[in-house]
Design a protein around this ligand. Sequence first.
Ligand code: GLC
Ligand code: CA
Length: 530
Amino acid sequence: MTEKYRDFLGWTIYQIYPRSFQDSNGDGIGDLRGVISRLDYLKDLGINAVWLCPCYKSPNEDNGYDIADYRDIMDEFGTMADMKALISELHRRDMKLILDLVPNHTSTQHRWFRESRKSRDNPYSDYYYWFDCPPNDWKSCFGGSAWQFDPARQQYYLHSYAVGQADLNWENPTVVREMQEVVDFWVDLGADGFRIDVIDQISKDFPGDRNCFGPRLHEYIRDLFDRDSTRKLFTVGECWAGDIAEVRRHCAPERGELSTLFQFDHLNVGREDKFTHRPGPMAELWDILRNWEEKMQENDLLYSLFTDNHDNCWLLERVGDTGPLRYASATAIAAMVYLMRGVCFLYQGQEIGMVNPHYDSIDDFNDVESKNQYTELLEEYSREEALEKINFGSRDNNRRPMCWDGSAQGGFTTGKPWIPLHSAHATLNLQADQASKQSVWRFYRDLLHLRKTHPALTTGSFRAISQPGDSYCAYERREGAERLLLVCNFEKAGTIDLPGASGAVLLSNYGHAEKTDTHYEPYEMALFAL
Ligand code: GLC
Ligand code: CA
């Protein structure tokens, strides 16, 4: 792989949802000081970079993705001094900071918007999309029309997300410059990279029918990141690129755009739509991942390996077992995904095998998407059915406070948490997991440390060995003389007989130091040196 991205193959990035990670002052809201207090935990787990979801000034209509000031910290999360302390504490531990950059929209409370709405003729008037009448029928991703009438300016503005998130007009060169300055501001403070929110939407196919992948998208991305060749920023786009040609256009090193992007195909396994469950077999997950892994490798691109984030319910809930085989399935999925070739992302709580909580009332939810969706669902479904769907698909499933221990507030806060804790926090928490013989956390830690000590697992090549239709997956990673073979059985016990799959194992989720038989239990995996 080209030198430019090669280092990133060794990275494991831990995504933190700051509001729910660790509270340090008892107000029930996670904060930056809380994050600092957990850095040793992360380092020990094998993490070398932290991606912080937005922590800028925000009225929190969409929990920080509605930014009111790009250069200041949300009051609840702390101060700029806390942010500087976090950066230096990370760097002191040889860890990186990846910030969330949200260039597509601002809060309607941002100064730019407050100015913009005042009149049709002011220095900020063209910072957003304003029209006398909605020029198309675009819908907001959170339900309803994407056009909102503003009584002050007597015009409609575009909001692809919540009403309080107005889309910036990138056709305006001043907007591009503003966002460049935001990037520079954080790089100068010590940020090592960015996760870029809905980057595909900053150029719109306007007034056509696509609110994304507009004609100037690549130009804008280069405007942001291709200005200073001495910078070694890591950039990962939230970009719904559907095929490899599109990924190449964003990530081929010579293009000066993104280091990598999140490819989301595999997240659809195990659901009909975001709020409707359909049990998904591991084979389906494997097929999609293998396919992308091979294409990324052929094209010399950096693949982003992830299973969870703050926008989707736990993968374990859709693929895998949330009952007696929770440990086995969580670790099998972890092995299958994170022994592949790519840069690794873990979402907070994933390392203890989290599953969805359950609540009896919509009042126990906070997320704007879930609340809007619930109202829409009630038009078609009974209260119980609607709530069932919210319980399955709500983004709050992954936004509940991190369960550190079994105490009353889960070790997250000494006060009242901003959102109810996970309904099973008394038993499903880090402390309990660490004390268990079957510790998902220990498995992740062992796996991540193996990645650090075996070049085959980072820079090594990937070669699939199992065939489509097999009831297991097997692949080889190879770097120089080192060859490692992963064998990972799916849901049902069975026989797997592969050359080399015998003898000492480097990693096992069934407690084997060596494996000589060909029988595999459900979700059993083993990593062999060939
Ligand atoms: C992205 C974020 C999501 C947010 C949306 C609007 O999809 O991941 O959490 O609600 O963009 O910013
Ligand atoms: Ca706090």
